[in-house]
Design a protein around this ligand. Structure first.
Ligand SMILES: C[S@@+](CC[C@H](N)C(=O)[O-])C[C@H]1O[C@@H](n2cnc3c(N)ncnc32)[C@H](O)[C@@H]1O
Length: 307
């Protein structure tokens, strides 16, 4: 189905469609996703157990993420958006003589994270936008975040980055990984088209390009050069990853961490029909090789607070 066909299917959505799609089709959709605006406090509700059962596509990349993670055994670290806490617990082992604090706004996810925590962990129920209400300046040796910022409106990034710099001790680092421009491009048209037909929103995510992230991080006071002469070089990259999914795993991904982002701005009476229609059409996402793999594009950054 083309976007012009979609306009005919739902007259009410024409203005939405034209806002988000122009002659360049999907590329324009990404420009709109990039803008990512939501009201203060916007947060789709997730279930901790359901999310924890569907994190394998993230966990498969733990080793890759940790290749640029200059932690020391006694560091005190902050994990922004720790979710169900499985990766937070991995990091807790790396800082066995230190501590990892998980910041997460959703109670259900925190319940699960507490169930798998190690002794050198604690948690705070707080959003990325509110970190400075909970943590004093210079609280952490370093801060990290995985797969979270795509859920945060782009307009909030500058303020959050500025707060994060203040929470890190001078000379500390910030390691950021999240969805970037081009992320899960193959699946967006289906999700968006069905959502709009059920009076729902366009894709809820913010997928910024690395240049914009670099500019924002530098404006917040971060630098790429390590304050340590022998430290890891900083960078802000975009990286494409093919993440393996079976049909069942892709449905699990949608149910645990995707549909909620659309349903929050969709009439409740339409949720079941929305889910059913997307799942009915899931075979449209099958690749020629028979898999349901998704191509992710991630922002991958390591930056420093000057000493
Ligand atoms: C895909 S999960 C990633 C969780 C975890 N970091 C991991 O790697 O498994 C996204 C997480 O972002 C959290 N999140 C969404 N909006 C947030 C916000 N404004 N501030 C902090 N966390 C947020 C969600 O609650 C969820 O736990």
């Amino acid at each position: 189905m083309t976007w012009s066909t979609l306009s005919i299917v739902n007259e009410k959505s024409i203005s939405n469609i034209e806002t988000y799609v122009d002659g360049n089709g999907v590329d324009r959709l990404h420009d709109a996703v990039l803008a990512g605006t939501h009201p203060d406090g916007w947060l789709p509700t997730w279930d901790g157990a359901s999310y924890a059962a569907n994190t394998s596509h993230h966990r498969a990349l733990d080793g890759w993420f940790l290749q640029h993670f200059p932690s020391r055994r006694d560091d005190v670290l902050l994990d922004i958006g720790c979710g169900s806490g499985d990766f937070t617990a991995v990091v807790a082992e790396l800082v066995a003589d230190g501590e990892v604090v998980g910041a997460e706004p959703q109670a259900s996810l925190l319940d699960h994270a507490r169930a798998v925590m190690r002794p050198n962990q604690r948690f705070e129920q707080v959003s990325a936008q509110q970190l400075d209400t909970v943590f004093p300046r210079d609280s952490f040796d370093a801060v990290f975040s995985r797969a979270v910022f795509q859920w945060i409106p782009g307009q909030d990034y500058p303020g959050i980055f500025s707060t994060v710099r203040q929470l890190i001790k001078p000379g500390g680092w910030f390691r950021l990984e999240c969805g970037g421009a081009g992320n899960i491009k193959a699946i967006l048209p289906l999700l968006a088209e069905v959502s709009l037909r059920h009076a729902g929103p366009p894709p809820p995510w913010t997928f910024l390009d690395p240049g914009t992230i670099l500019d924002m991080l530098q404006a917040a006071g971060f630098v790429l050069v390590s304050p340590q002469a022998d430290g890891m070089a900083g960078y802000v990259n975009s990286v494409a990853q093919r993440r393996p999914f079976t049909r069942e795993e892709l449905i699990g991904w949608m149910r645990s961490q995707c549909f909620q982002g659309f349903e929050i701005d969709m009439p409740p009476g339409n949720h079941a029909a929305y889910r059913a229609e997307v799942e009915d059409r899931i075979d449209e996402l099958q690749r020629r090789d028979g898999t349901y793999d998704l191509t992710y594009v991630r922002i991958d950054a390591l930056v420093y607070r000057p000493a």
